[in-house]
Structures are given as structure tokens and as C-alpha cells.
Design a protein around this ligand. Structure first.
Ligand code: SF4
Length: 265
């Protein structure tokens, strides 16, 4: 694997017009099926925009708003929670948008939870251990807490502020150090990979393809910048200062599960 810096340089060199060509050739139109915003059955590939499967050890940010589970083809049983990476600045932006939309206060935990990979749970179900990403909060059904559905049509309640991972699903770019949705790519063109999604193969306008391509490039750059920030800011002593609680090492430094920075001595 190239260094993260080399991959970042490659991401910054990505040509948006070429990415748009690739997206146009694959084709995509969102059908608002909700597949990339909801929990998924363990045998259902590509049910989440990012990650490699999830466990249920975090217990954070769940279930306070929105309690009806969306019955997707009768797949409610044994569903895995939706798992999508969100950057720290995106957490704040989504919280602001959700507050504006609802008139209610949204704190960090209402938007994000520690990415569960690598974490364990204590006796109270609270996460312990360390992780390196935030995931969008999920409700009791394992769906993104910002997902709403009526008459089979899904909607994102923070659409204009939704994270890059949501703006670019089901696409990714084949660069090391960037996140790839779970499951094998089902289509590819150039460096663009397409992942399981019922909207693939549909006509897309040049304007929409270019908008998606620009977001895809921005995501690749941001993911690599985030990975470099996490690597450079890693402070193992933060685990001791957290006194047994979970620590999320993001690019801004170590944080508790509620997003509070864990300062130095
Ligand atoms: S933030 Fe919006 S687009 Fe992203 S997973 Fe949640 S509901 Fe879907």
C-alpha cells in the first residue's frame, strides 16, 4: 500500500470530469428505497453505505426519536444496524440542520455513535475500548436516526446537510485508505466502483453525474485527510485518562463517546 500521503495526492489529482464519465457510464438514479439508510439483514449485501458489518455493542444514540421500524421486505428480524462513517465536522453540521428542522436540541450523541468495530460493551451496554471513526446514530430498528419513510418512499430529514458518504452512495473510488462499502463492487469504470443498489444502471444527467463526481472526489480527499489526522494525533495515554470508557480517536483528537474532547494532562 502506498503511504496515506501518496494516496491523498492521488485523490487530489482525481479528475472530476473523468469521474463523471465513469458515473454516467454505470448509470444511477436514487429510487428512495431507503436501502442505504436503514439496517439490513445479515445476509443482505450492501445494505449500508459504509463499513464492514456491525455489532451492537455501542448502545449510544439510539431510539430517542423515531420508533417505528420500516418493514423492508419482511427483513426486520435479526437486522444489523446501519453503519455509515461521519466526519467530526459533519456531526456538528447535521446537528445544526436537525435542530433547525425540528426546533429541538441535538447533541453529539443524537447524531453520532462510536464506530462499533473493535469496541466491546460493559455490563450496562456502554461501549469500552477504542475506535477511530464515528458512525451515524441509529434508532431502535437499526435505521439511521434521520431516515423517515412514508408510503414506501424514503426521505432524509437532513438532506441538504447529509454527510459525504450519503451524498456519494453507492459509489466509491479505488484508492487505498478510502472507505469501501461492504460487499464486492458490482460494477466499475476507471477508478470508480459501484456497490449494491437498485438505482444502478439508470440514466443520469451530466449535471447530476458531475455533482456526484465532485462529492466523490471531496469524500476521497476528506477520508484520507481524516486518516492522516487520526494517525498523527493518536495518543495511547488518552485511554488511561478516559478511565475505562470508550475513546474515539478522530482527526481532532481523542473524544469520549458523547463527543467531548479528552484533553491532555
Ligand atoms: S443522514 Fe440521511 S442520507 Fe444519510 S443515512 Fe441518514 S437518512 Fe440516509
Amino acid at each position: 500500500m502506498e503511504s496515506l500521503e501518496a494516496e491523498l495526492a492521488a485523490a487530489r489529482d482525481l479528475d472530476v470530469a473523468e469521474l463523471a464519465d465513469a458515473i454516467e457510464s454505470i448509470g444511477f438514479e436514487c429510487t428512495r428505497c431507503g436501502g442505504c439508510c436503514t439496517g439490513y439483514a445479515p445476509d443482505e449485501p450492501g445494505g449500508a453505505p459504509a463499513g464492514e458489518g456491525a455489532d451492537e455493542t455501542d448502545g449510544a444514540g439510539s431510539g430517542e426519536r423515531g420508533s417505528e421500524c420500516h418493514d423492508r421486505d419482511g427483513k426486520d428480524a435479526d437486522r444489523e444496524p446501519h453503519t455509515a462513517t461521519v466526519f467530526p465536522d459533519e456531526v456538528r453540521r447535521v446537528a445544526d440542520a436537525a435542530e433547525e428542522m425540528s426546533g429541538e436540541a441535538y447533541d453529539w450523541r443524537d447524531v453520532a455513535r462510536p464506530m462499533p468495530f473493535g469496541l466491546d460493551a460493559d455490563a450496562d451496554g456502554e461501549p469500552v475500548g477504542e475506535t477511530f471513526e464515528w458512525a451515524l446514530a441509529t434508532d431502535d430498528c437499526g435505521d439511521c436516526t434521520f431516515y423517515e419513510e412514508s408510503d414506501g418512499q424514503g426521505a432524509c430529514t437532513v438532506h441538504d446537510a447529509r454527510p459525504l458518504i450519503c451524498r456519494t452512495y453507492p459509489f466509491s473510488v479505488a484508492l487505498d485508505g478510502t472507505s469501501q462499502p461492504m460487499g464486492e463492487a458490482v460494477d466499475e469504470a476507471g477508478v470508480v466502483r459501484a456497490h449494491e443498489c437498485e438505482g444502478l444502471g439508470r440514466d443520469i444527467s451530466r449535471e447530476d453525474a458531475e455533482e456526484l463526481a465532485a462529492a466523490l472526489k471531496e469524500r476521497a480527499v476528506r477520508e484520507l485527510e481524516e486518516a492522516i489526522g487520526v494517525r498523527d494525533g493518536y495518543d495511547p495515554a488518552a485511554r488511561e485518562r478516559a478511565d475505562g470508557d470508550a475513546v474515539v480517536f478522530d482527526s481532532e483528537g481523542p473524544k469520549a463517546a458523547d463527543g467531548t474532547p479528552i484533553g491532555g494532562e
